[in-house]
Design a protein. Structure first.
Length: 345
């Protein structure tokens, strides 16, 4: 709000006093304008709207030639647009009819193909069934023929086996008869020639409780060419029991050597196990336990591996014909056994 500056003092008035204000009185300020201004603005706005509507009504007057020409052009445009839409609709309907006909044709063609396919499937199933039936009959015939062939083959093989068995039996009997005749002949000839053993000698132990013996066959003529046969059929008495040689060596008429391995009454060859030692489970969860023994009474000069493998052992209610693993440590022979044990699982 503006204020005026008073450069001149107020006029002197005889009626003024010291109590009068220095600034003179002002005109009252109108804070609010007159309502007539707003009314005038509203009236002008209404008049403008009426003038616009009037001009618009004048431009759309059907009696006006320009308006009629404009309307005619608009009608022509709308008519052409309508005709175009009609043509497009007719063309669309034609395409629809063509597509419908094509769909009908396709449906009929598809139906015909389906019927044809069904007929082909039925024919194929029928042919397959006939083929299966034919193959089944053929398989049955072939099976029967195969069974007959197998039975015939078995019958022939059985006949051949019977013939071979009879032939083999005859050959065995003939061979045994020849062997017996030859043995009798050799025995008679040996007795006639009075062949006998001399120089019977015992040797080292060959295996557990077994010792080797040798002897020389005497009274063998120089012309006799069946010295080995005579050696193998001439028994010798060892510990009061007759034994036949295990093998013979022919070094000449007066040097036929027989060899025996006697496994009875040979206590010097009987080794045995001592110092039973339980080595525990092989490994956790293995389910196997290891046992160790020391081999005692091993004959001098004997094969420690042979005696370790043939000396029987008994422990924990089990019997073993020999050790499973053998080794020597500091001149001693040891055997190990490994067996299943549930407590090691």
């Amino acid at each position: 709000m503006s204020s005026r500056r008073n450069d001149n003092p107020p006029p002197y008035s005889p009626s003024s006093s010291e109590a009068d204000p220095l600034i003179g009185p002002r005109k009252p300020y109108r804070r609010y304008r007159s309502p007539y201004l707003y009314v005038a603005l509203i009236v002008l706005f209404i008049i403008a709207i009426m003038a616009f509507n009037f001009s618009t009504s004048l431009s759309n007057d059907p009696l006006d030639p320009d308006v009629r020409e404009r309307i005619r052009k608009d009608w022509d445009i709308e008519l052409r647009q309508h005709q175009k839409e009609v043509l497009e609709r007719i063309d669309t309907q034609k395409r629809w009819r063509v597509e419908d006909n094509e769909r009908i044709n396709l449906r009929e063609q598809w139906g015909a193909e389906v019927e044809k396919h069904n007929r082909e499937v039925e024919d194929r199933l029928k042919r397959d069934e006939e083929h299966k039936s034919h193959m089944h009959e053929q398989w049955k015939r072939e099976t029967e023929e195969h069974k007959k062939e197998v039975e015939e083959l078995r019958r022939r093989e059985e006949q051949d086996r019977i013939i071979l068995r009879e032939k083999w039996s005859r050959e065995v009997e003939e061979h045994e008869r020849e062997v017996e005749e030859r043995r009798k002949h050799e025995e008679e000839e040996r007795l006639r020639l009075n062949m006998f053993w001399t120089d019977l000698a015992s040797h080292t132990c060959t295996t557990y409780a077994t010792r080797e013996y040798t002897a020389r066959l005497v009274n063998v003529p120089s012309y006799y060419n069946r010295r080995v046969e005579a050696c193998m059929t001439t028994p010798v008495k060892i510990h009061g029991v007759e034994y036949m040689p295990k093998w013979c060596e022919d070094h000449g008429p007066n040097d036929v050597i027989g060899h025996w391995e006697v496994d009875q009454h040979e206590p010097d060859c009987a080794s045995y196990w001592i110092r039973y030692k339980n080595l525990g489970c092989i490994s956790p969860g293995s389910g196997q336990r290891r046992i160790e023994h020391y081999l005692e009474h091993l004959p001098s000069g004997a094969d420690w591996k042979e005696f370790c493998a043939t000396t029987p052992a008994n422990f924990l209610g089990m019997h073993f014909m020999g050790s499973e693993f053998c080794f020597q440590n500091k001149g001693g022979t040891y055997g190990h056994w490994v067996f299943d044990d549930e407590s090691c699982k």
